[in-house]
Write a protein that binds this ligand. Structure first.
Ligand SMILES: [Zn+2]
Length: 144
């Protein structure tokens, strides 16, 4: 998949651009251990390669807190599922989406959500969230 340089990723709180060249930059912290640092994710959805300093040796399925590196806001999607973090994606047509991804190291689940529907999902583990996700989104829609 070709990298689209005109797709942007924003902090939902301060709306700073989190993408620098070909990386989405986060400040992360282990939920259980005293480990923290910078984590760079690939902006291509479904590509789970990442870059970090070698001392950030997170274990498989270790839980991470993702923070905006600009305002420090915790990006956990507490209103949808605490295992997921959320940022904003703005595509090349200036359309805005919520982008959810797993906070668990090695769990590959990414959801691109527009208003009340999953537009795209990526990753080998995404199916485990779909039912939960849809019921949560549907519930939000019913309450409107
Ligand atoms: Zn921010």
């Amino acid at each position: 998949m070709a990298t689209k340089l005109d797709v942007n990723y924003l902090c939902p709180d301060c709306r700073s651009y989190l993408r620098v060249w070909n990386n989405i930059i986060f400040s992360v912290k282990s939920c259980t251990e005293d480990k923290k640092g910078l984590l760079l994710l690939n902006p291509d959805l479904g590509n789970y390669e990442f870059i970090s300093h070698y001392t950030l040796d997170f274990e498989e399925m270790e839980c991470l807190d993702f923070f905006c590196p600009v305002c420090g806001s915790n990006l956990t999607a507490a209103d949808v599922n605490t295992n997921l973090a959320r940022i904003i994606m703005i595509d090349e047509n200036q359309k805005q989406y919520d982008l959810y991804f797993s906070r668990l190291r090695g769990e590959h689940s990414t959801f691109k959500v527009s208003e009340d529907d999953i537009v795209e999902k990526y990753g080998k583990d995404s199916s485990s969230y779909v039912d939960y996700f849809m019921s949560k989104l549907k519930k939000g829609k019913d309450e409107k």
